[in-house]
Design a protein. Structure first.
Length: 116
């Protein structure tokens, strides 16, 4: 599966004020803060570089939407939206990274020769 392009569109409308609520956004913000220590105060798990911070946010949302089965849905949000047909493994998510590191099987270590 590969992205082959995108279209920029402006979406406007006149929503019904009775159905406008910030609770969805606030719940998403709480989920982000609770599942990622980088968003809480007084922690040593902060990102020193903005690029690294962006990567961890992307990983969080990828895991949240593609790999985590939600109790209320009983499937992942990506499956509910029809974007994918299976629960993604962490290995599949890691392979999406640019220049993904593929670990190779290591050989046996040689025994040290001890001299006494």
């Amino acid at each position: 599966m590969a992205c082959i392009g995108c279209d920029m569109k402006t979406v406007t409308g006149d929503p019904d004020p009775k159905h406008v609520s910030t609770s969805y956004v606030e719940r998403q913000n709480l989920t982000m803060r609770m599942s990622n220590r980088r968003f809480t105060r007084l922690t040593n798990a902060f990102s020193k570089k903005l690029e690294n911070h962006g990567h961890i946010v992307a990983l969080h949302f990828m895991h949240y939407n593609f790999a985590r089965v939600h109790k209320s849905l009983r499937i992942t949000p990506a499956m509910a939206a029809g974007v994918t047909d299976h629960v993604w493994s962490l290995e599949e998510i890691a392979m999406l990274a640019d220049g993904a590191f593929v670990p190779t099987k290591r050989g046996l270590y040689r025994k040290r020769e001890t001299t006494r």
